[in-house]
Design a protein around this ligand. Structure first.
Ligand code: RTP
Ligand code: MG
Length: 159
């Protein structure tokens, strides 16, 4: 019988409006997801109102870039994914590369942000940074998806 040998972890990945606006960019990101063998558990295109953006980025309220970040993230459609992989959270962040575009370009030009990032705000993608934020962010984007149910359904594969 089939025995699962790896531990899957879930993360939330988002293709931001700058990349969705240019299909050549969003397709390159989608390719990265596939070529790194992520399982795509959920995927949808959606658009935020300014209030959604404020709610999602409330931890950054007061930072100098908050206003432009909030405006940018509600400026057009995005594509959100729930991805599964061994060590998915760290793997996806490694593939994205550094937040700061100058750092990404110079030290990690092969990463998503290093190759496609336009500015520190318009930096192509988002990825959860911890198990806690992955839970919060998956619920934010996919309220009907139950993370605990998903892990529970997987349980028999590990026995
Ligand atoms: P993220 O939350 O999107 O995964 O990015 P991160 O952890 O690498 O970066 P964080 O410091 O949490 O910043 C959140 C988002 O704010 C935007 N940002 N803009 N100087 C700027 O204009 C600036 N600095 C940060 C980025 O889009 C980042 O994704
Ligand atoms: Mg962050």
């Amino acid at each position: 019988s089939f025995r699962w040998s790896r531990t899957l972890q879930l993360t939330l990945a988002v293709i931001k409006p700058d990349a969705v606006a240019h299909p050549i960019m969003s397709e390159a990101v989608h390719e990265k997801i596939l070529s790194n063998n992520f399982l795509i558990i959920r995927s949808k295109e959606l658009e935020w109102k300014a209030t959604d953006s404020q709610r999602f980025y409330c931890e950054h309220k007061g930072r100098f870039f908050y206003q432009r970040l909030v405006e940018f993230m509600s400026s057009g459609p995005m594509r959100a994914y729930i991805l599964a992989h061994e060590n998915a959270i760290q793997l996806w962040r490694d593939l994205m590369g550094p937040t700061k575009v100058f750092r990404a370009r110079i030290t990690a030009s092969e990463t998503i942000r290093g190759s496609l990032g336009l500015t520190d705000t318009r930096n192509t993608t988002h990825g959860s940074d911890s198990v806690e934020s992955a839970c919060r962010e998956m619920a934010f984007f996919f309220p009907e998806f139950s993370t605990s149910q998903w892990y529970q359904d997987l349980e028999p594969l590990y026995r």
